[in-house]
Write a protein that binds this ligand. Structure first.
Ligand code: ZN
Length: 419
């Protein structure tokens, strides 16, 4: 029954695929069907990958142990040209048999957890608990499962498929792995990109961009009584925060801002020498993001001037504050719509497997290609998960976890084209 529905749906998928004219996916392609069967039958293998990779700590900027292991596992699957690039991304190739579009599928190697975090995987019923088990060891396991199934079933794709475990997806990493791949090492070589990130069966088709800054007001500081009358960095910070809090942003496209961390001061009776804050702003629209950024930059300078102008006299003149803005991270966004063929292909592939997916916006590795105009999506790796980025993170495969890797494999096959 499932197989019949799958065949019928594959026919639909073939008709709907954007590159159908160049690379039709035969509705009854036995190799693709066999790959999907292998994924389901060998679900325990996929789970094993997920658990074993989770046990290898992979803090931000320290992904090399997990990268080395990931490389070994891709090599063991018989993929070609398996390498670690100069920023630490692991890349393997499965050459196409024709000149079809190239497809990259990736999970990210890094976690948000610092070195020393206990990464023991604990099982409770069918739920696995461990930091990173879903985000993104699920994605890494799915990428391996897709590669293995295409290999075992000898699926012939027209275009080359790249299997990747990349570095720097999380916060401070600032998408450095993807930036290096798309802007330098493999610039112009990838036609479609799929990020498998965390659990579930959702699609992120739109990229939420973000700008993050560490802002510091600096001055000489001094005694709160003895040096009174000089500009105060913490007061300047307060002026800035009060004005930021009053910024108006559109509800659609959703645009946000936040002062997330404030620092400064040594004692109640000191004028601090510095006052600093971390500011974050996000939007899925480039223009709205740039607008809120410009407003915040203006506010930061106005607060500086207001605090410096507040105090007069020779003493105050020698104690003028300065403003330093350091960039924590810039994640670009782009204008990909849900009508994009890659999004439609993913929605149709879900239908082909008997479930309905939906689209949304998020901030992932797919931001980089989307900002460059390269079709890209983030999909969930199946199963269910929660508490990502927390020590209580969990993943439950349930009875349908295999749908995640099946879905990923079907999307890859449809985009690369199959003989
Ligand atoms: Zn992630």
């Amino acid at each position: 029954m499932l197989r019949y529905r799958l065949v019928a749906a594959l026919a639909l998928l073939c008709a709907a695929a954007p590159l159908a004219a160049q690379s039709p996916l035969p509705a009854t392609n036995p190799a693709v069907r066999s790959a999907l069967d292998i994924i389901k039958a060998d679900n325990a293998w996929t789970m094993q990958q997920e658990v074993e990779l989770t046990r290898i700590p992979s803090p931000p900027f320290k992904e090399s142990s997990r990268a080395a292991e990931y490389k070994k596992r891709l090599e063991a699957l018989g993929l070609a040209n398996v390498r670690i690039d100069s920023v630490g991304d692991v890349i393997a190739e499965r050459p196409g048999v024709g000149k079809g579009p190239t497809v990259m599928i990736a999970g990210h190697l890094d976690t948000v957890f610092p070195a020393g975090t206990d990464v023991t995987v604990k099982q409770q019923g069918d739920t696995l608990h461990a930091p990173g088990i879903g985000d993104d060891d699920r994605g890494l396991a799915v990428v391996l499962a897709v590669a293995r199934a295409l290999q075992k079933a000898a699926v012939k794709t027209n275009g080359t498929v790249y299997f990747v475990g990349d570095v720097g997806e999380e916060g401070a990493g600032n998408l450095r792995g993807m930036r290096y791949i798309f802007e330098k090492s493999m610039k112009g070589k990838i036609d479609y990109f799929i990020s498998v990130d965390d659990a579930g069966l959702g699609i992120a088709s739109r990229a939420v961009g973000s700008h993050r800054y560490h802002v510091t007001y600096k001055g000489p500081g001094g005694h709160s009584y003895g040096a009174f009358g000089i500009p105060n960095p913490i007061h300047a910070l307060g002026r800035a925060i009060a004005a930021i809090a009053d910024i108006q942003v559109p509800a659609k496209p959703k645009t946000t801002f936040n002062v997330g961390v404030i620092q400064g001061g040594t004692s109640v009776n000191s004028i601090s020498a510095s006052g600093s804050m971390d500011v974050d702003m996000r939007s899925e629209d480039v223009k709205s993001l740039d607008e809120v950024d410009a407003k915040i930059q203006r506010i930061l300078r106005q607060a500086l001037d207001a605090e410096n102008d507040r105090w007069t006299g020779p003493r105050a003149a020698k104690a003028k504050l300065s403003l330093v803005i350091d960039t924590i991270g810039i994640r670009p966004t782009g204008g990909q719509s849900d009508a994009a063929p890659i999004v439609q292909t993913a929605l149709n592939a879900a239908k082909a497997l008997g479930f309905t997916s939906s689209t949304g916006a998020s901030s992932t590795d797919a931001n980089i290609p989307i900002s460059l105009g390269i079709p890209a999506i983030r999909i969930g790796g199946g199963g269910a998960g929660g508490n990502a980025h927390a020590l209580g993170e969990w993943y439950a495969d349930g009875s349908t976890g295999y749908l995640g890797p099946q879905w990923a494999a079907l999307i890859v096959a449809a985009l690369a084209g199959v003989r």
